[in-house]
Design a protein around this ligand. Structure first.
Ligand SMILES: Cc1cc2nc3c(=O)[nH]c(=O)nc-3n(C[C@H](O)[C@H](O)[C@H](O)COP(=O)(O)OP(=O)(O)OC[C@H]3O[C@@H](n4cnc5c(N)ncnc54)[C@H](O)[C@@H]3O)c2cc1C
Length: 471
């Protein structure tokens, strides 16, 4: 039997970050991956989708150049194959980078499917380059991630009814898309396809899209998408969908109870993700998934299950772990340091930022106004349109900054942004929320002029009673 200090099952962002940090701390690490290291984020999620959204931004820029700036540019065509080639090159280079990091760190990567055979042992099958039985001296880390949720009666066929995985590998760009699900993934794909010229209908059952975000974020995002021509239908339900030769015909019940027929070349099902534990045999280690398929830690401070030495990271964790790659990095660091005996702070889930990379983008950290009030906080709120600062006018895309704080210059509880490039603006707010800063602390610091981030600075100035452009 092969032995190691730590065996990590799953080489996505959660698993490979655990492995890298554990190896850096001097532990002997085996990382088992049945597909490609990098996992969902690198191969089917964050990176390819953001590469495509970058191309979409360029397309939008052509229209803006023509319509606002007198730059007489026209869009000839989008060469999907070329776009895919650039996207895949970025993914491939990142993939090689992760493999090189792991090799350099001395992590032994074993390619194959892992099955637990006990609380400290694993069998790897289907292995081209040597598998077999492994045992762990210190612990096992479960990092098997998630896959797209599907709905009964709406099974993806990869062609007409597709998941976010299939959308990447489609043969071309559709002329029309019906997107089911107004969470981050659904909104990003709706935004991408609209930029590429498709007729897009976005159907969300909840009252608003990105329903976990602040109500004002949902409103601004809806307005922004509608302005761009996306048919956003909230409080709406897909009743059924019929697959045709050239597309899908779906019946949607609107929020007013009317039945509408939507025909589109493609139906993209983006109704969430489910944890992956198939073939893992949790029971062999004395574990079980909960009713939703998650593996729940008994100790969230160490992300350790009820079986000592078995830890869990990434999308396999239930909320408050948010199912985001950057959260899984933090979880990987925590678990590796715990296994190495290095004292380390638990993940501060309240300060993990959340971003939707659509056009417009949303970025937020901390509590929404409704959550803050529901928790009994006496709340002070400032909302500032991005167009109140000069750079916001230059961009001309609207947007807003909303800060939620305890009244009377108390702690900042949440920061919510909508608009262009706000994904790059949220980092200061995660420190503000994470470090329990007060508006007056932030108001002491000067933001560069002219930038969009000035609007964040202004909102804090206003809450601190020192508003300059906003009284
Ligand atoms: C379209 C899309 C866009 C996204 N965009 C973002 C974004 O912009 N920002 C962000 O933070 N997050 C984003 N996410 C979410 C992010 O991808 C996930 O949170 C992250 O990938 C979770 O990492 P993980 O390590 O838990 O799991 P995964 O990345 O799913 O990795 C799990 C790995 O385990 C392997 N595995 C499973 N079972 C076994 C087994 N028995 N034996 C061996 N190997 C096994 C799998 O092959 C896989 O490689 C996006 C997701 C999607 C789908």
């Amino acid at each position: 039997m092969n032995t190691a200090d730590v065996i990590v099952i799953g080489g996505g962002t959660g698993g490979y970050s655990t492995a890298l940090r554990a190896a850096a701390l001097g532990l002997d690490v085996v990382l088992v991956e049945r597909d490609k290291v990098g996992g969902t984020c690198l191969h089917r999620g964050c990176i390819p989708s953001k590469a495509m959204l970058h191309a979409a931004e360029l397309v939008d820029g052509i229209a803006e150049a023509r319509e606002r700036w007198g730059v007489k540019a026209t869009l000839d065509t989008v060469d999907w194959a070329a776009l895919v080639a650039t996207r895949d090159d970025i993914v491939a280079r990142n993939h090689r980078g992760v493999e090189a990091h792991l090799a350099h760190a001395g992590v032994r990567v074993v390619r194959g499917g892992a099955r637990l055979t006990g609380p400290r042992s694993v069998r790897v099958a289907g292995v081209p380059d040597g598998g077999g039985d492994f045992s762990a001296r210190r612990g096992i880390v479960l990092a098997t991630g998630s896959r797209p949720r599907t709905l009964p009666g709406l099974e993806p066929d990869g062609r007409r009814v597709v998941t976010s995985d299939d959308a990447l590998f489609a043969p071309g760009l559709p002329a029309s898309v019906l997107v089911l699900g107004g969470g981050a993934i659904g909104v990003e794909y709706a935004s991408f396809h609209r930029s590429m010229g498709a007729e897009v209908t976005l159907v969300e059952a909840a009252e608003r899209i990105v329903p976990l975000e602040d109500a004002d974020v949902g409103r601004h995002l809806t307005r922004g998408l509608k302005k761009r021509g996306v048919d956003v239908r909230t409080g709406a339900r897909l009743l059924d969908a019929e697959v045709l030769d050239d597309g899908v015909r779906a019946r949607v019940r609107t929020d007013r109870g009317e039945i509408r027929t939507v025909q589109a070349e493609r139906l993209l099902v983006a109704v969430g993700r489910v944890p992956v534990t198939d073939g893992l045999d949790l029971a062999a280690a004395g574990l079980a998934a909960d009713g939703r398929g998650f593996v729940v830690p008994a100790d969230w401070d160490r992300l350790e299950t009820a079986v000592p030495g078995v830890h869990v990271v990434g999308d396999l964790l239930p909320p408050p772990s948010p199912g985001l790659a950057h959260a899984s990095f933090a979880e990987g660091l925590l678990v590796a340091e715990t296994l190495a005996g290095v004292g380390t702070a638990p993940v501060d889930y309240a300060a993990v930022p959340r971003v939707t990379y659509s056009s417009p983008q949303t970025a937020a950290v901390g509590l929404t106004e409704a959550e803050a009030r529901a928790r009994g906080h006496d709340v002070a709120v400032d909302t500032m349109p991005l167009t109140a600062v000069a750079k916001g006018m230059v961009h001309g895309q609207g947007g807003m900054v909303k800060v939620v704080a305890e009244a009377g210059d108390g702690r900042v509880l949440g920061v919510h942004l909508v608009g262009p490039h706000v994904s790059e603006m949220i980092a200061e707010s995660q420190l503000i929320v994470g470090w329990d800063a007060q508006p007056s602390d932030v108001a002491r610091h000067v933001h560069p002029h002219p930038t969009l981030s000035e609007a964040v600075g202004e909102a804090f100035l206003t809450l601190a009673g020192r508003g300059l452009h906003q009284q």
